[in-house]
Design a protein around this ligand. Structure first.
Ligand code: UDP
Ligand code: MG
Length: 350
């Protein structure tokens, strides 16, 4: 790379982040792809998918065979399945050297499984997709095409989906609410099915917060983002591994990791309550002064005390909440900025 076109940056920029809270536990095995052909990694979380995983794998490899010019790596993350999924994955891995299986000690949840897969995937591009055939393997090739045309993040957006009416309705409402209150533009109707470029994957590995909402983090990163539309199929086998409780947790993580709106709402409520309290106090005092005949003795004092305490308490809670919000976002220790490339610098891999 030429030394011209230098980008001015602070001295901190190219050093490892000083306060990465938790380093990534997994690291890619080999750094370079000897063939020089693009390597595409698939990150495939598996949780109790024994009835569908073989069919998924067959369909995926059939799709991959259409692109002989590319190399592939399949990272299956077994998220503590309690059924025969692990055995099936191990058998598959015996016959196919492109497969790697990460086996979790227990169920850590979909978002963490994805994270572990991203930590060890070495590809020039990494695709995350579900293993229940709801994300059609063929569509992942379209993501690759968009990547080769220059996109760094390619979201697969559902045009239609075959889930239950309840799931469809709650998902659609949720994405709209999230978009309205989060300070990040999360594309509507996208799950975790997406492709990210190596650069983005490297940056994403620096986000080590616990309660993670990967799709929100990716959307918040910037880079050149593109979208591919697809029709979401029905689950091939088994039931959803996202019961309402897990879904609710993910939904709350989504809002709380990108928005302090709920906290700020307390402050706003505090102001409203305080204003109403003052009106109430004036009313109570007015009654005492102008209509002492119908004012029960002691009522004024009681009203004044109760309303004043209520109002100030609410406001104080809001103030506390605002500070907690700041502590929270600092404690997340997220990287403050992301660098795509340093031209002319002395970055080791240039
Ligand atoms: N999954 C996982 N760990 C979990 C729950 C789900 O790895 O704790 C995987 C699951 O095997 C599937 C993907 O995450 O490949 C999406 O889960 P699911 O299809 O059940 O979610 P839905 O499509 O119903 O939202
Ligand atoms: Mg599914």
């Amino acid at each position: 790379m030429g030394a011209s076109g230098r980008i001015e940056m602070t001295q901190q920029d190219i050093r490892p982040p000083a306060r990465t809270a938790v380093p990534a536990p997994l690291t890619p095995a080999e750094p370079e792809q000897p063939s020089g052909r693009p390597l595409i990694s698939y990150v495939l979380p598996v949780y109790n998918e024994q009835d569908g995983i073989a069919a998924f794998h067959a369909e995926l490899t059939a799709a991959l065979a259409e692109r002989p010019e590319l190399d592939f790596e399949l990272v299956y993350v077994n998220d503590g399945s309690a059924d025969g999924s692990l055995g099936i994955l191990k058998d598959l891995a015996k016959n196919d050297e492109r497969i790697r299986v990460v086996d979790f000690a227990r169920n850590f949840g979909h978002q963490i499984a994805i994270t572990a897969g991203l930590d060890i995937a070495q590809g020039d591009a990494v695709i995350v997709m579900d293993t229940d055939l709801q994300d059609p393997p063929r569509v992942s090739l379209e993501l690759v095409d968009a990547w080769r045309e220059g996109a760094e993040i390619v979201h697969a957006r559902r045009r239609t989906r075959q889930d239950t009416a309840f799931k469809r309705a709650t998902a659609s409402l949720y994405y709209r609410v999230l978009r309205a209150c989060a300070e990040v533009d999360i594309p509507l109707d996208t799950g975790d099915f997406r492709l990210i470029d190596r650069r983005v994957a490297d940056e994403l590995r620096k986000y080590r917060e616990r309660s993670r909402f990967v799709r929100g983090i990716v959307a918040s990163m910037g880079f050149r983002q593109a979208e591919v539309k697809f029709d979401r199929d029905e689950r091939f086998a088994g039931e959803t591994k996202y019961p309402l409780k897990k879904m609710a947790k993910l939904a709350i993580d989504g809002v709380t990791s990108f928005s302090t709106v709920p906290l700020r709402m307390i402050t706003r409520l505090g102001f409203i309550v305080l204003v109403l309290s003052l009106i109430g106090i004036l009313y109570a005092l007015g009654m005492k002064i102008f209509r002492p005949d119908i004012t029960v003795s002691g009522w004024t004092m009681l009203m004044v005390v109760v309303l004043f305490l209520g109002g100030t308490q609410m406001l104080s809670l809001g103030v506390l909440g605002t500070y907690i919000g700041r502590i929270y976002s600092e404690a997340q220790g997220r990287p403050l900025y992301l660098v795509r490339e340093v031209i002319g610098g002395s970055r080791a891999d240039d």
